[in-house]
Design a binder for this molecule. Structure first.
Ligand code: ATP
Length: 224
C-alpha cells in the first residue's frame, strides 16, 4: 500500500510479532504512521500494548518482523528515531525525590520553559514541592508537562497518558495532542479511555492474537 508524499511515513511496522518471556503476545501486525497522524493502540489487559510501545522505542528486541523509522530499518533506524522521540511510559519518568521544576530541567528544559509548561498542566504553585509529596494525578501532570515544552520532539509515544487525570486534565491533553498533530507531529498511544482527537486511527491487538492467526487480520493499516 502506498503512502503519499504529502504525508510521508514516519514509523512503519511490518509483520510484527512480539514475545514476553518466550510467550508470543501478538503477530502479523502491520501499520504505517504518517506525519500529522495519530494511532490509538487498543487491546484488553495483557494484550501486549505496553510491550509493543517498548519494542518500538527499542527497550526490547524480543520481536520478529520489521520496524522502520523514516524508511530506515531497525536497529539502524532506532538511533535517529530516539532523537525525534518523546516517550512517556506507565511510570512517567518522574523522580519522586526531585521537584516538578527539577524533573523538567533534568530533561533539558530551561527554567522559564519548565515553569510555563508546569503552568499549562495546572501545577503553578507546586513547582518546588517534592514529587513524592504530590498526588498520582499531579505526578502524571509532571510527566505530561514535557508535551508542553517548546520544540517538543515530533514523535510522541505515550503509554496510558490519561491515567489518573481529571476531566480538565484530559481536555487539556487532548488539545495539546491536537496542536501537535496540526504542526505535523505524530502520535502513538495506548488508552483504555476514549480520546477526543479528530481523525484518530486505531490498531487493535485483539485482531492480531496468535490463536486467531489463521484469520484475516485486516491487512496493513496506513494512517496519514
Ligand atoms: N514485567 C513483566 N515480566 C514478565 N512478563 C510480563 C511483564 N509485564 C507483562 N508481562 C507479560 O506480557 C503480557 C503483555 O503485557 P503488557 O503490559 O504489554 O500488556 P498491556 O496490553 O499493556 O496490558 P494492560 O492493558 O493491562 O496495561 C502480559 O500478559 C504478561 O504476561
Amino acid at each position: 500500500m502506498s503512502v503519499t508524499n504529502k504525508s510521508p511515513a514516519v514509523l512503519q511496522v511490518r509483520d510484527l510479532a512480539c514475545e514476553r518471556d518466550g510467550r508470543r503476545l501478538f503477530e502479523g501486525l502491520d501499520f504505517t504512521l504518517g506525519a500529522g497522524a495519530a494511532i490509538q493502540v487498543k487491546g484488553g489487559n495483557g494484550a501486549g500494548k505496553t510491550t509493543l510501545l517498548r519494542t518500538l522505542i527499542g527497550s526490547t528486541s524480543d520481536y520478529s518482523g520489521e520496524i522502520l523509522w523514516r524508511g530506515q530499518v531497525f536497529p539502524q533506524g532506532l538511533r535517529a528515531m530516539r532523537e525525534a522521540l518523546l516517550y512517556i511510559g506507565h511510570r512517567g519518568g518522574v523522580r519522586g525525590g526531585l521537584t516538578p521544576l527539577e524533573n523538567l530541567t533534568w530533561y533539558g528544559a530551561t527554567k522559564t520553559s519548565a515553569l510555563e509548561a508546569l503552568e499549562r498542566v495546572d501545577l503553578f504553585g507546586f513547582e518546588d514541592s517534592l514529587c513524592n509529596s504530590l498526588s498520582a494525578g499531579q505526578n502524571r501532570r509532571v510527566a505530561l508537562a514535557r508535551m508542553f515544552l517548546p520544540q517538543a520532539p515530533c514523535l510522541w509515544i505515550l503509554d496510558e497518558p490519561l491515567t489518573a487525570l481529571d476531566v480538565a486534565g484530559v481536555a487539556a491533553l487532548e488539545k495539546q495532542m491536537t496542536t501537535h498533530l496540526g504542526g505535523g507531529g505524530s502520535l502513538l498511544l495506548t488508552s483504555h479511555q476514549p480520546l477526543n482527537i479528530m481523525g484518530l486511527n486505531f490498531v487493535d491487538l485483539s485482531d492480531c492474537l496468535v490463536e486467531e492467526s489463521f484469520s484475516d487480520t485486516g491487512g496493513e493499516h496506513v494512517f496519514n
